[in-house]
Design a protein around this ligand. Structure first.
Ligand SMILES: [Zn+2]
Length: 415
């Protein structure tokens, strides 16, 4: 059996792992580098070409979760290639179809529940749901030729379902462990603490309209924000895309609040997004939100700003520009790097000019160093292989008593 990390040994994002036996070849994740859009045309062509090569002869792909740095090149897989993921991950990927294309639509989808195994000839793979900022993220155990490899995917212990790491298998031969935060000394707050910080921020400025920028797919964060809104007597107002995301997730988990089931959750309709959704599928995307009952208008925001918390993204700028409100505050509940992206410039400038305060209330989707140590203590791997990190050598300092093997991209490890 061979193990090859095609990308991810010295880079956060764009992960792709290949495992081959005599009889089968599987890939785990097929991600797009986080800086792909900033690369030159030539580089982009080369990156795609390399990913195409990795896909050749693949018998199945296992997807850890629905973030583009793990699934961004699924379109390169041949038609009808089997793709395994959790039901939750498939639901999140299908949501891409609301505004663009479902990246799995040409593939043969096979669902794995947590703890469930499948076999690709002589390679056995078992999924384990773990906590991450993508709904339904999982780790995979790969067993073949008497060896056991555990791939952590993206994982954290400080989230709502952090304790799930205790379901992971122990005493594996290799642990491919993500190290996004391995250079940071900071410990991350729990989602409950994040919720409390939201409450504090709303109470600090009771008359203001609070805007919160957060990923539509970070379900646990939106739930924390919603609980904070309830505690402060405010209504959480979503754009129709996010409202559809929650509606889809609620089909899998009825505890998830939605615009149509929760009293203090409503929807606003930015022009371009609404138009696009109407063009694509009016029945399911707009009318199902019952706009007559659940819509918050410009006038509502302007006359009663203190009643609302508005979930925003930079693309909602033209809507925000029409609001004439005395006190507005912005909370960024998203990875800090997005703030400085070139395509957020106009939104950034608008916020600096119109918001009384801009603050960060966020918690990473990735394990901090202490959590990585807890995972290793629990799993007791014979060898740790760093992945999804820009500082693989740092693993040697953190795990002094363990065997750490740093690989290079495309280096073939014979097991
Ligand atoms: Zn991720």
């Amino acid at each position: 059996m061979t193990l090859t990390i095609h990308r991810g040994t010295h880079e956060i994002g764009g992960s792709c792992v290949e495992i081959c036996s005599d009889k089968a070849k599987i890939l785990i994740d097929l991600g797009m580098p986080l800086d792909y859009d900033k690369r030159s045309r030539e580089e982009q062509t080369e990156i795609r070409h390399n990913a195409e090569e990795w896909c050749k002869g693949v018998d199945a792909l296992f997807l850890s979760h629905s973030h583009a740095d793990h699934y961004g090149f699924l379109d390169l897989l041949p038609q009808d290639t089997p793709i395994y993921a959790t039901e939750e991950s498939f639901a999140m990927l299908a949501l891409d179809g609301i505004l663009g294309d479902d990246p799995t639509k040409h593939l043969e989808k096979r669902t794995l529940k947590s703890g469930q195994s499948c076999e690709v000839t002589d390679i056995k793979v078992t999924a384990y749901i773990v906590d991450h900022s993508a709904y339904g993220a999982c780790a995979y155990l790969i067993e073949c030729d008497g060896k056991r490899i555990l791939y952590s995917g993206d994982i954290r212990l400080h989230g709502v379902k952090g304790v799930l790491y205790k379901n992971l298998p122990k005493d594996v031969d290799y642990l491919l462990l993500e190290g996004t935060n391995i250079l940071s000394a900071k410990n991350n707050p729990t989602e409950r603490e994040v919720e409390n910080q939201f409450v504090e921020a709303f109470n600090e400025a009771p008359d203001a309209l609070h805007l919160v920028w957060c990923s539509a797919k970070n379900i646990d964060r939106i739930c924390a924000l919603f609980r904070a809104c309830i505690r402060c007597g405010r209504t959480l107002v979503l754009d129709p895309y996010t409202a559809n995301v929650l509606a889809a997730v609620a089909q899998l988990n009825p505890h998830i609040p939605t615009v149509t089931t929760a009293k203090q959750m409503m929807v606003y309709f930015p022009y371009y997004l609404t138009k696009r959704l109407l063009e694509r599928n009016p029945e399911s995307y707009i009318y199902s939100l019952e706009p007559r009952k659940n819509k918050v208008s410009y006038n509502d925001f302007m006359t009663k700003p203190k009643r609302y918390v508005m979930l925003v993204r930079p693309t909602a700028l033209s809507y925000l520009e029409k609001l004439s409100i005395r006190h507005i505050r912005l909370i960024k509940s998203i990875w800090g790097g997005y703030w400085n992206e070139p395509n957020t410039e106009r939104f950034r400038d608008w916020a600096k000019e119109h918001c009384d305060a801009i603050k960060d209330i966020h918690s990473s989707g990735h394990a901090d160093t202490q959590s990585l140590q807890r995972i290793v203590e629990f799993v007791r791997p014979k060898t740790i292989v760093p992945i999804h990190t820009d500082a693989p050598k740092r693993f040697c300092d953190i795990f002094v008593n363990d065997n750490v093997k740093c690989l290079d991209n495309n280096e073939v490890l014979y097991l």
